[in-house]
Design a protein around this ligand. Structure first.
Ligand code: SF4
Ligand code: SF4
Length: 286
């Protein structure tokens, strides 16, 4: 559904990427699942390429950094929380950051990315807080496929593995997406495409998330991270990604301009300015 809000979000709109900047606030270090493509020494695969958050910020530090960036990048339209872990697995930090950013600028779009496990718990609060853009990483809809991708799922004090763990995750992702889209939130679904693991299954995921009301999918290449369970698997080629995106384009809008940014990315997509702002906290007010 076209929307003025989405028209100024550089990830949700191809046109907006040439006009608007975004910043990621790295306030969410912990995660509640173990993706086999993730190395915890590295950033969350949800929204960042491996190895590149240089700092984890407290909510108040994130607010100071936001104010400094906003003053220097006037076309900043989005403040997002994209790891380096899972935004909802760090709920207190995520919530406090959203509230502080809204206090600092009531017009900025707030965006977050999540693996979706805790969406049933927090989606109603996100809606109440006015969050209009959420990205959920959904790599499969079949628990048997999920059992190959997810090592463990930690939920309400218990550890689940195999198909049981992935079923729980997939059920919560789907319920959460349906709730969000039913309450006017624009949902983008990231899919990490892994050769011979879920590549053949990606069109099924696209079809399902369309039914759940997702606005677009972002089919991304798997990149082997050193130290991860999948470190020996081959990187997915862009040729394969383009072919699957093309095959799925008639089903649902496809994001084609994602750069798998850092968890502390700042600026226009593809023109990262994170380095310019790395040490800016020492200049912030206490
Ligand atoms: Fe790593 Fe992100 Fe998966 Fe958590 S959700 S295990 S941080 S890739
Ligand atoms: Fe946008 Fe992709 Fe970068 Fe996220 S990782 S900010 S979706 S371009």
């Amino acid at each position: 559904m076209p929307s003025v809000l989405t028209d100024i979000h550089p990830c949700f709109s191809l046109n907006a990427q040439t006009q608007y900047a975004r910043m990621h606030l790295p306030v969410a270090p912990r995660c509640n699942i173990s993706c086999n493509y993730c190395s915890r020494k590295f950033d969350c695969y949800n929204e960042s390429r491996p190895g590149v958050t240089s700092e984890v910020l407290s909510p108040i530090e994130a607010k100071h950094k936001f104010e400094r960036v906003k003053a220097e990048i006037p076309n900043l339209s989005v403040a997002g929380i994209a790891g380096p872990g899972d935004a909802l697995a760090n709920w207190e930090e995520t919530k406090a950051t959203i509230n502080l950013i809204k206090e600092a600028d009531s017009k900025i779009l707030i965006c977050l990315s999540t693996n979706g496990l805790l969406l049933p718990e927090y989606a109603p609060e996100l809606v109440k807080m006015g969050v209009k853009h959420v990205t959920v990483t959904v790599n499969c809809i079949d628990p048997a496929v999920g059992a190959q991708i997810y090592g463990a799922v930690h939920y309400q004090g218990k550890r689940y593995v195999g198909a049981e763990g992935s079923k729980l995750l997939l059920t919560n992702q789907q319920a959460g997406i349906m709730y969000l889209t039913g309450h006017g939130v624009h949902v983008k679904v990231n899919i990490v495409m892994i050769k011979l693991v879920n590549d053949w299954h990606v069109p099924d995921v696209v079809k399902k998330v369309k039914e759940l009301g997702a606005a677009l999918t972002n089919i991304m290449p798997f990149i082997p991270a050193p130290g991860s369970v999948f470190s020996g698997l081959p990187q997915t080629s862009m040729r394969d990604i383009v072919a699957v995106r093309s095959a799925c384009a008639s089903e649902l809008n496809q994001m084609t301009h994602c750069r798998q940014c850092r968890a502390d990315a700042i600026g226009m997509i593809g023109q990262d300015r994170a380095n310019e702002f790395r040490s800016c906290l020492s200049q912030a007010e206490p």
